[in-house]
Design a protein around this ligand. Structure first.
Ligand SMILES: O=C(O)CCC(=O)C(=O)O
Ligand SMILES: [Fe+2]
Length: 332
């Protein structure tokens, strides 16, 4: 198996469902997971909802600053809502992007007495009252714009179902029982609408990072370009737009539960220079109540069962993971 990559592989979802082509396609998925950590998925059946959603993004971002600020993330205990341009920093530099964050609908509100980490799984209702320590904040998480909420909910329902199927295919391609990772799914996943306005040459859209606490990211990008992933030789490889595809990548939560064998890959977005870039990442959440012992047990189990080289197994033990830091994992 190759040590690194010079392009991002394409895996055909329809071929993964055809008994005649399934094994060949699972082999491609396996290489993508082991060697790259990134892949395009085509023929998902979600092309229609993806196109309709992209068509609505310019009007959502064109809402007045007041309407957008009314749902500012700063008011949300669950980090949902609007983030204005220039309010975010990655790798010590300002990101030139503006975004709305939404969460899986219907998550139970955080109550006084619940563990603090559960705040991260807050609800995503149009408006809710969050009460704590006798303060009461009115938290708006959707922009006040006709059709925004049903569109987001439709998108999340569809992509969440695809994501769960995808995770099962990943288990299969690693020669593990299909339901191996089912129990690791969290209550809340996140969907973002992102706008990168044109900027000076080589500006940072979003700086180099690995996606943090979830299992996988499913990104729909428009045709502007700018997304790049880092290979093991330190070269930035373009993830050029493929119409209708989703770009899928491993997050650090999945890296942790696979003992580092399936590693998250560093990526960034170079800001566009002439046209606006819009993207829609969906971050499939991992269970937030996993204990360090459960994580270690899972990692040991997976490392033992995935047929891979001794070298990779060693790396699985060596590679430190942010996800295993005491800051992000509940200890027993
Ligand atoms: O907007 C993109 O294309 C990528 C965004 C990204 O990497 C992220 O939000 O984690
Ligand atoms: Fe990312």
């Amino acid at each position: 198996m190759a040590e690194t990559f010079s392009s991002v592989p394409v895996v055909d979802f329809a071929r993964l469902h055809d008994p005649v082509t399934k094994n060949e396609e699972l082999g491609k998925l396996r290489d993508a997971i082991f060697v790259v950590g990134f892949l395009y998925v085509t023929n998902t059946g979600l092309e229609g909802i993806i196109k309709r959603t992209h068509e609505r993004l310019p009007e959502l971002f064109a809402l007045s600053p007041e309407v957008k600020e009314d749902c500012n993330m700063i008011n949300s205990p669950s980090f949902l809502g609007y983030t204005r341009l220039g309010a975010e920093t990655t790798a010590a530099k300002t990101d030139l992007r503006e975004q709305f964050d939404f969460g899986t609908p219907g998550v139970k509100p955080w109550m006084e007495g619940d563990p603090f980490w559960q705040m991260l799984e807050g609800p995503n209702q149009a408006s809710l009252c969050w009460e704590s320590q006798n303060t009461s904040i009115n938290v708006l998480q959707y922009p006040d714009h006709a059709g925004a909420k049903p569109l987001v909910e439709e998108y999340i329902t569809n992509i969440d179902s695809l994501a769960q199927t995808f995770v099962r295919l990943v288990a299969e391609c690693l020669s593990l029982p299909v339901d191996t990772f089912d129990g690791f799914k969290g209550n809340m996943s996140r969907l973002k609408f992102v706008k990168y306005p044109p900027a000076a040459q080589d500006s940072q859209g979003v700086g180099p990072h690995k996606d943090s606490a979830g299992l996988f990211t499913f990104l729909s990008q428009d045709d502007a370009g700018g997304l790049q992933v880092l290979n093991k030789n330190g070269q930035w490889i373009d993830v050029s737009p493929i119409q209708g595809s989703l770009v899928v990548n491993i997050q650090q939560g999945f890296e942790a539960i696979t003992g580092g064998i399936c590693a998250a890959t560093t990526h960034r977005v170079i800001a566009p220079t002439t046209k606006t870039r819009y993207s829609i990442p969906f971050f499939l959440g991992v269970r937030l109540d996993l204990t360090l012992d459960q994580l270690k047990e899972s990692a040991a189990h997976v490392v033992q069962r995935i047929p891979t080289t001794d070298d990779k197994k060693k790396r699985a033990v060596d590679v430190p993971s942010e996800f295993l830091s005491p800051l992000s994992v509940k200890r027993t």
